[in-house]
Design a binder for this molecule. Structure first.
Ligand SMILES: O=P(O)(O)OC[C@H]1O[C@H](OP(=O)(O)OP(=O)(O)O)[C@H](O)[C@@H]1O
Ligand SMILES: O=c1cc[nH]c(=O)[nH]1
Ligand SMILES: [Mg+2]
Length: 216
């Protein structure tokens, strides 16, 4: 049984042909930091489109040049984007293009190189985070340690409606996140084969933070 079937309704694979095309360029070791950043921004926009598919609509009266009619508009939902630093920062701009009124909370976390455990080093949320629907963004979901810690942090802040949007996931990470929280939904462009001994996603795309910021 696939993860999507096992956790029915809680895993979305965003596999539009344009997404698959862009993801393949993103994976390529020869893709420059500049192009990598552009692709992460574009893929975040596509994922934001899917993540907001269930936003409630309301009827509004609109006068066209010909007549007045009833149309639909998004009902003032309060949203927040929460990137897991550093790599998650690369997805913020694309999400904000789609949701310009969303607020942004920052959660700083790095994975210890030997234990692979996440360490939190920064947190700054909008004051009204508990009243917002939150989309946590991070390009990579490997062991799931960082995302699970981010989700627990946001639950402790009182957040109810929570989604996690990643670009590439290991099956182990998807399972860890979904088992750690009964309600969170996960969106990913791909679920890869697994992880290597250093807990890097295989085939993956390498270290997303280093590729976005050119630090290696
Ligand atoms: O699922 P996990 O096993 O926790 O791994 C995924 C995490 O690792 C990466 O961050 P990293 O620690 O490299 O920090 P960075 O963004 O500063 O590069 C990635 O951006 C995720 O946050
Ligand atoms: O493959 C991986 C795993 C964790 N973090 C990354 O940036 N890439
Ligand atoms: Mg990194």
């Amino acid at each position: 049984m696939s993860l999507s079937e096992e956790f029915a309704g809680r895993v979305t694979i965003v596999d539009h042909p344009m997404v698959q095309h862009k993801l393949s360029i993103l994976r390529d070791v020869n893709t420059s930091s500049k192009q990598f950043r552009e692709l992460v921004r574009e893929l975040a926009l596509f994922e934001g489109y899917e993540a907001t598919r269930d936003l409630p609509l309301e009827d509004v009266e609109v006068t066209t040049p010909l007549m007045t009619t009833t149309c639909k508009m998004v009902r003032g939902k309060k949203l927040a984007i929460v990137p897991i630093l550093r790599a998650g920062l690369g997805m913020v701009e694309g999400m904000l293009e789609l949701m310009p009124a969303a607020k942004v909370g920052h959660l700083g976390m790095y994975r210890d190189e030997s234990t692979h455990e996440p360490h939190e080093y920064y947190a700054k949320m909008p004051e009204d985070i508990a009243a917002r629907d939150v989309i946590v963004v991070d390009p990579m979901l490997a062991t799931g340690g960082s995302a699970t810690a981010a989700i627990s942090y946001l639950r402790a802040c009182g957040v109810r409606n929570l989604k996690l949007a990643v670009l590439v996931a290991a099956p182990e990470g998807v399972r860890a996140v979904l088992e750690s929280d009964p309600d969170v939904q996960v969106l990913t462009c791909a679920i890869d084969e697994g992880m290597n001994e250093a807990c890097y996603i295989m085939p993956g795309l390498g270290d997303a933070g280093d590729r976005i910021f050119g630090t290696k």
